[in-house]
Structures are given as structure tokens and as C-alpha cells.
Design a protein around this ligand. Structure first.
Ligand code: UFG
Length: 323
């Protein structure tokens, strides 16, 4: 049985839907940002916090857990700058409690959701796993701290792990039953689609004087179901003991500027957005594009869905929402 913490959240709920096809799954989520209705009905659901030692103990004693997948983190860069305590408390201190409970119960397989934010402002065009890590915000720091802790725990306690560094997760399940729902929403694609549905009066482009071809920031958007399939492969490799301590980037390998994303949303929906140029948003690197060569060669994973597919799946989901 696999324990998925944060399995009611955006990425976690997509993973659970795929994982539950072949595995028994238990989800632990405190529903602070996740949604109960997003959890696949085949999974057991426990409402609780990853920092709650009693709940963790109950789960590990009651169920035969073979691996833990960790999606239960706060993930907004801007918020982490304003409230770093919230980020270190949950993303680091509570994660330590989770790891401690695993070790106490002899569970030694861990899949960890990390982020492109560990690279800070990279000096290279294509970021690979050897690119220096140098986070520029508490969110990125909180993730990198756990990455370092995992390496130490591998050496000391034999904890096996795979770290997956996501670039810009986007899109929705093809069933349009689950998708990206944050409150408040800060991510580009949902904001554009909500505007095109009439729920926002305009889209602001944060900065048009970056050193990129059209002056707007470039990101590597990756479909949430491509992320989910990478987790399944990583889990298999971990359980088969083919991998014991690895880190992989997860991206499409193609960068799209904010303007290009806007144009693609207009093309997919057939609607025209009202756009305003705004100031830069603090902490935004000009370009973040992944090389996912390592996971391609080692686990034979490759993103299958392009930006148009990402946006059209997100659009189907947003159109079904009652805002
Ligand atoms: N953007 C706008 N207008 C908006 C919203 C976003 O122009 O209304 C721009 C941002 O400035 C950025 C790009 O669109 O250049 C993408 O922004 P998102 O907020 O969608 O995503 P981020 O790239 O900021 O965030 C992602 C992940 C984080 C991760 C970060 C690493 O969601 O978890 O990349 O920098 F930490």
C-alpha cells in the first residue's frame, strides 16, 4: 500500500487517480489547500496533518505501507517571502516528522516533490540536475533543505528516495473531473482561462523588459498527468530497488514566454484576452527550462502532452467549474 500525503491537492490528486488503478492507496491530507472531492474514491482518505505524530503512527501501524509519496507542501513563491515561518514549519519541520515516523516504522521508500525553484536564477539555458542549486526564496530553500536531509538519511538510515523537481505544472485530467484550483489563484494559465471565462477583467503580464526574445518570462509548462506518470515510474524503480537515491528534473524541454502562453490560450479557446503590462513580480527568474534527459535515459519517461494539450485540458476543466 502506498501512502500519498497531500493527495487531495492539485498534483497529488492526479497522481492518486493514476496510482489507484494498480495499487492500494491511502491519502493523508489536512485539506488546507486540497479538496476532499478531488481524492479518487478507490483511495482510503484520512484527514490530518503530516506534522501530527499520532495520526502518522496510526497510519503506519494500521496499514502495510511500502512507500510514501510527499505532495503536502505549500508552494507559492511570493507567499514564502512574506511568511517564511509557514514554509519552514510545514515544508521542513512537518516533513521531518513524517520522515521520522517512516523510519520508526521501517518504511524506507520516499518520493519527494521538489521544484525548479531550487535552481534560483540559473546561468544556463537548459537546466539539468548538475546545474548549481541556489534558491532565491524561502520556498526554494525549504525544498532544498529536505533534499539535503534525504541524502543524509540515505547515508545514516538507508532511506531510499527519488526527488522529482517539477517545472511549471499545468493542465487538468482528461476527464475534466479534477484540475487546478487554488485560492487565491496566482498561476498564469488558470488566471488567463478564468479571465476568458469572464471571471477576471484582465490579465496582467508581470514584466516585459526581461532579456528574452519578447521581453516576457519563459517557463517550461508540463502537463500534470505527465508528472503523474513520472511518479509511477519513479515508484516502480524505487520498489524494485533499481534506484536508491536519485534526483530528476520534470519538464517538457521547451520554453514558452508569457505572451506565447497567452496567444496559445486565445488560439485554443477562440477568445481574445484583455491584457495589461504590469511591473515585474519579485523573485521571477527570466527563463526556467528543464533538460529532462536524465529521467528519459534512466526511467524512459518523456512528457507526452504539449502546451496546446495542456491548455485545452485546463480549459475543459475550468469551463465545468462553478466560480
Ligand atoms: N505571470 C504573469 N501574470 C500573472 C501570473 C503569472 O505575467 O497573472 C507570469 C509570472 O510572472 C511568470 C509566469 O507567468 O513569469 C509563470 O508564473 P506562474 O505563477 O504560473 O508560475 P511560476 O513560474 O512563478 O511558478 C512555478 C511553480 C513554483 C516554482 C516556480 C519556480 O508554480 O512552484 O515555478 O520559479 F517555485
Amino acid at each position: 500500500m502506498i501512502l500519498v500525503v497531500g493527495g487531495a491537492g492539485y498534483i497529488g490528486s492526479h497522481l492518486v487517480k493514476e496510482l489507484a488503478e494498480n495499487e492500494e492507496v491511502i491519502v493523508l491530507d489536512n485539506l488546507s489547500t486540497g479538496h476532499r472531492e478531488a481524492v479518487d474514491s478507490r483511495a482510503i482518505f484520512v484527514e490530518g496533518d503530516i506534522g501530527n505524530e499520532e495520526v502518522l503512527q496510526m497510519i503506519f501501524k494500521s496499514y502495510p505501507i511500502s512507500a510514501v509519496m510527499h505532495f503536502a507542501a505549500y508552494s507559492l513563491v511570493g507567499e514564502s517571502v512574506i511568511d517564511p515561518l509557514k514554509y519552514y514549519e510545514n515544508n521542513v519541520a512537518s516533513t521531518l516528522k513524517l520522515l521520522k515516523a517512516m523510519l520508526n516504522n521501517h518504511v524506507k521508500n520516499f518520493i519527494f516533490s521538489s521544484t525548479a525553484a531550487v535552481y534560483g536564477i540559473p546561468a544556463v539555458e537548459m537546466i539539468d540536475e548538475k546545474t548549481a542549486t541556489s534558491p532565491i526564496n524561502p520556498y526554494g530553500h525549504s525544498k532544498l533543505l529536505i533534499e539535503q536531509i534525504l541524502a543524509d538519511f540515505k547515508n545514516a538510515y538507508g532511506l531510499n528516495y527519488i526527488i522529482l523537481r517539477y517545472f511549471n505544472a499545468a493542465g487538468a485530467h482528461e476527464s475534466a473531473k479534477i484540475g487546478e484550483s487554488h485560492n487565491p489563484e496566482t498561476h498564469l494559465i488558470p488566471i488567463i482561462l478564468q479571465h476568458l471565462l469572464g471571471h477576471r477583467d484582465k490579465v496582467s503580464i508581470f514584466g516585459s523588459d526581461y532579456k528574452t526574445p519578447d521581453g516576457t518570462c519563459i517557463r517550461d509548462y508540463i502537463h500534470v498527468n505527465d508528472l503523474a506518470s513520472a511518479h509511477i515510474l519513479a515508484l516502480k524503480a524505487l520498489l524494485a530497488k533499481e534506484k536508491e537515491a536519485e534526483v530528476y528534473n520534470l519538464g517538457n524541454g521547451h520554453g514558452f514566454s508569457v505572451k506565447e502562453v497567452l496567444e496559445t490560450c486565445e488560439k485554443v479557446t477562440g477568445l481574445k484576452a484583455k491584457v495589461e503590462m504590469a511591473d515585474r513580480r519579485a523573485g521571477d527568474p527570466a527563463r526556467l527550462v528543464a533538460s529532462s534527459q536524465k529521467i528519459f535515459s534512466e526511467l524512459v519517461w518523456e512528457a507526452e502532452r504539449n502546451l496546446e494539450q495542456i491548455i485545452s485540458d485546463a480549459w475543459e476543466w475550468h469551463r465545468n467549474q462553478l466560480y
